[in-house]
Design a protein around this ligand. Structure first.
Ligand code: HEM
Ligand SMILES: [Cu+2]
Length: 554
């Protein structure tokens, strides 16, 4: 096992030499990935591969919607199929692509490696949590036999109680399975990080990715149960004739909105916090500089998850919410911008005067920075009640959340894959294809989602398959952008599959990085280390003249 010599770290790292040696230790076979296996690395790969399959499914639904929206009339799919595509596009992209890939995938693969552990605290629970997802996906697929859930990914009653009830109940069952998986995973992460760090790794020396996973796990643990209750009450209304959400029988639809958004707004932080963690792992490595404001970044993750639990009513400013409540949630929503800003400025300060190497991972990280600032600023505009009343349920909203979800989470996932692929597979991705992928994705994202803001400001509502002809030109621009995004994944998926089999072999630490996952081989042996490491340096001490180095003891 090669140990990195930190003294050479100050210079931009030359491309790693070609290595020929094939790892001699036992490794999982391809068929192991289809089994109930408790190894955290294998489970991590199961989540990532599942995520990238559902990215294709959610993306195909998006392309079908955009093809429909090329013209003002419903001439590609009929309106009820459009409703089903819309509902399941949002559901699949959030619950079967971004959340499982970031937390389930990167979290499972790298948390134990980053803290010097051989596995997660509860390996069997870990495997079970993964295997709750494929049946959930199956339920969503079966729901299309009944026309598919039709009421949007928010599934507000009364619409969700009167349209496609069988499909709606299957949709609910799928979300409850995924929610249970998320609760199990969060418990596992918190106990693992708290109890299984090597003794030489205090909390405030952990890689920042660990802090982002802690923050995300807390959100999932607090937010998921209310969502589950809200969905169960919806099912009771549909199946057993109760009236929790039936105003004419004493119920109230606003109750559902509160239970739904108490989870679903913090859920957006479930989707960005892990990629914020990826940002803090990627930027110092390719800027060759210590991260700026380690402690501030660590605590800002916790601050985002704490304040983020008190903003959900900003989705309900048009639901007859009392003025005092609007005011409270306007202020709390604006407050979230502060810890987010702390991260953004710290990353910019880290880049400042760095010896930056624009690898594909770094390009996506810097791309995320610009996309997220844009999406974040439009988010701040929506916290202002007078403005929100005008653009609520318009394409301005659709443009806003795609900048933070696509420009944020998806860009972050790409950065993580380019950065960690050599560690997970022992081979490099092709950087030329990576750069082509980045350019197509960067311009495709702007072309697809920027015009949506204008459409919304001009009054185009969301969730409709037919619209006023005045909106056609900008819709066509969005559709061409979506086609470019669809095309952009070709060099990426080809690169991943080809490189996984035939890519240049990587050493244990091709980027000369300092966090613990890079002290293992690539890919790591099943037990991760022969002997557990002892940490003697900070995770991002690049450029610092350091005598110490990571050494082995038993
Ligand atoms: C691949 C590129 C994507 C394209 C072209 C795309 C396109 C769209 C369009 C056109 C709509 C609005 C449909 C309407 O209101 O009538 C929509 C809705 C939505 N999208 Fe995407 N999207 C993409 C990626 C994503 C990603 C990565 C996420 C999340 C992680 C996401 C989450 C959502 C959600 C939650 C909705 C709202 C669904 C609803 O109204 O119930 N999308 N998307
Ligand atoms: Cu929100």
């Amino acid at each position: 096992m090669t140990q990195t010599n930190p003294r050479v770290i100050a210079q931009p790292t030359p491309p790693p030499p070609e290595i020929e040696e094939v790892p001699s230790y036992r490794m999982w076979k391809w068929y192991d990935y289809f089994t109930f296996n408790v190894d955290h690395k294998l489970i991590g790969i199961q989540y990532i591969v599942m995520g990238f399959i559902f990215y294709l499914v959610g993306g195909a639904m998006a392309i079908a919607m955009r093809t429909e929206l090329r013209t003002p009339d419903p001439d590609f799919v009929d309106p009820s199929l459009y409703n089903a595509l819309l509902t399941n596009h949002g559901t699949v992209m959030i619950f079967l692509w971004v959340i499982p890939t970031t937390i389930g995938g990167f979290g499972n693969y790298f948390i134990p490696l980053m803290i010097g552990a051989r596995d997660m605290a509860f390996p069997k629970l870990n495997a079970l949590a993964f295997w709750l997802n494929p049946p959930a996906a199956l339920l969503l697929a079966v729901s299309f036999i009944y026309g598919g859930a039709q009421a949007g990914w928010t599934s507000y009653p009364p619409l969700s109680e009167i349209t496609a009830p069988q499909a709606q109940v299957l949709w609910v069952a799928a979300l409850i399975l995924i929610g249970t998986s998320s609760i199990m995973g969060s418990l596992n992460f918190l106990v693992t990080i708290w109890k299984m760090r090597v003794p030489s790794l205090p909390l405030l020396k952990m890689p920042l990715f660990c802090w982002s996973i802690i923050a995300a796990a807390v959100i999932a643990l607090i937010g998921t149960p209310p969502l589950t209750i809200g969905l169960l009450l919806l099912t009771f209304d549909i199946l057993f004739g109760t009236s929790f959400y039936k105003p004419d029988a004493g119920g109230t639809v606003v109750l559902y909105q509160h239970l739904f958004w108490f989870y679903s707004h913090p859920a957006v932080y479930l989707m960005v916090l892990p990629v914020f963690g990826v940002m803090s792992e990627v930027i110092p490595v390719y800027a060759r500089k210590p991260i700026f404001g380690y402690t501030a970044i660590a605590y800002s993750s916790l601050a985002i998850s704490f304040v983020g639990l008190f903003v959900w009513v900003h989705h309900m400013f048009t639901s007859g919410t009392a003025p005092w409540m609007r005011m409270f949630f306007t202020v709390s929503t604006l407050l979230v911008a502060i810890p987010t800003g702390v991260k953004i400025f710290s990353w910019v300060a880290t880049l400042w005067q760095g010896k930056i190497r624009y690898t594909s991972a770094m390009l996506f990280a810097v791309g995320l920075l610009s996309m997220f600032v844009f999406g974040g600023i439009t988010g701040v505009t929506l916290a202002a009640v007078p403005f929100d009343l005008h653009v609520h349920d318009s394409y301005y909203i659709v443009g806003h959340f795609h900048y933070v979800l696509f420009g944020g989470s998806v860009f972050g996932i790409y950065a993580g894959v380019y950065h960690w692929f050599p560690k997970m597979t022992g081979r490099f991705l092709d950087e030329r294809l990576g750069k082509i992928h980045f350019v197509m994705t960067f311009f495709g994202t702007h072309l697809t989602f920027l015009p949506m803001h204008n459409l919304g400001l001009s009054g185009m509502p969301r969730r409709i398959a037919m619209y006023d002809p005045q909106f056609q030109a900008l819709n066509q621009l969005c559709t061409w952008g979506a086609y470019l995004l669809a095309l952009s994944i070709v060099p990426f998926y080809f690169n991943v599959i080809y490189s996984w089999i035939k890519g240049k072999r990587s050493s244990g630490n091709p980027w000369n990085a300092l966090t613990l996952e890079w002290t293992t081989d690539s890919p790591p042996m099943i037990e991760n280390w022969e002997v557990l490491p002892v940490v003697t340096t900070g995770p991002y001490d690049y450029g610092k003249d350091r005598q110490e180095e990571v050494r082995q003891t038993d």
